[in-house]
Design a binder for this molecule. Structure first.
Ligand code: PEP
Ligand code: MG
Length: 325
């Protein structure tokens, strides 16, 4: 296995029937880049920028942020880097940015909701990202998008900051893709409409499952409801992927499920384009993909989505079909 993985480090992720998919890595800070390079990821599918804010004693300056983003896109260039704008709130807090006490923080003031409200913070982050875009292949995505209006407003602010920088003679990339996390059921259901406005989707299963099942992702008493293979979740995911493809856009996944050897075969059958996971899972997933045919996985999905009715049935189906224990 060691020898196989060593060879796979510089290989592309190709299935048994010759289809190529991107196996990318999730990072929290530029320090994680060593692991990404060591495991041969085909890009960064999720850079969680909130750690930049959490590891700091005050709001990080535009220059501090620029340095971090530049380091990541430059190191990965020409491979793509998807940077997610600040996802604070929920269970993530900043000592220097007091948030209101809330009954339901996961349903409250967080992520893009804060960014659209505190535009001073958001615009600083976007300017730092725009400046970094000149140094590699940068893509930007917004977390916790529930409505198309939120995306349009975020894009409008992005465009305003871009125009200002260009006017000042600052070099910025002219083809930065703008996408959204699909982690709120309302956005998943309306993905066919969203796909007309965004450049890509990245499915955040950690939150999408939590919100679809109405089960707190950190509460052990309801952890049995974390059911990635439940047909309801799989149908939602398939709808998101199909909707992206109908508009000629791509769909990825950056939740835990993207690196799960039971989930990957199901996703291959649906044609998910990009799989972003912790760097330590990259070679395992690439090796698994090599053994699977997308046509066979699509046939398996017919049963998983339309005949089986439980999470466990689908886990067993995948194990049997792909020869995993
Ligand atoms: C997700 O919700 O699946 C996700 C990737 O975002 P986070 O885990 O940072 O909330
Ligand atoms: Mg999330």
């Amino acid at each position: 296995q060691k020898a196989e993985w060593a060879l796979l480090k510089t290989a592309k992720s190709i299935t048994a029937d010759g289809k190529h998919f991107d196996v990318a890595a999730n990072i929290g800070t530029p320090k994680d880049l060593d692991g990404v390079l060591a495991n041969g990821a085909e890009g960064i599918g999720l850079y969680r920028t909130e750690f930049l804010y959490m590891d700091s004693a005050e709001l990080p300056t535009e220059d501090d942020q620029f340095e971090a983003y530049k380091k990541v896109v430059e190191t990965m260039s020409p491979k793509p880097v998807v940077v997610r704008t600040m996802d604070i709130g929920g269970d993530k807090h900043l000592p220097y940015l007091p948030l209101p006490e809330e009954q339901n923080p996961f349903l409250g003031y967080r992520a893009i909701r804060i960014s659209l409200d505190r535009q001073d913070i958001f615009r600083t982050q976007l300017r730092a990202l725009l400046r970094a875009s000149a140094f590699g292949n940068l893509r930007i995505m917004f977390p916790m998008i529930a409505t198309i209006a939120e995306f349009k407003q975020a894009k409008q602010i992005f465009t305003e900051e871009k125009d200002k920088l260009v006017k000042d003679g600052v070099k910025v990339s002219d083809d930065i893709q703008l996408g959204i996390m699909i982690e709120i059921p309302a956005a998943a259901v309306l993905a066919d409409q969203f796909a007309k406005y965004v450049d890509f989707f990245s499915i955040g299963t950690n939150d999408l499952i939590q919100y679809s099942m109405a089960a707190d992702r950190g509460n052990e008493h309801v952890s049995y409801l974390y059911q990635p293979y439940n047909p309801s979740i799989l149908r939602l995911i398939k709808h998101v992927i199909d909707s992206a493809h109908k508009e000629g856009k791509w769909a990825g996944m950056c939740g835990e499920a993207a690196g799960d050897p039971i989930m990957v075969p199901l996703l291959l059958g649906m044609g998910l384009d990009e799989y972003s996971m912790s760097a330590t899972s990259v070679l395992k997933v690439r090796s698994l993909m090599k053994k699977l045919s997308t046509a066979d996985m699509a046939k398996m999905d017919e049963i998983a989505l339309n005949q089986n009715i439980t999470n466990d049935e689908n886990a067993d189906l995948v194990k049997k079909t792909t020869g995993q224990k």
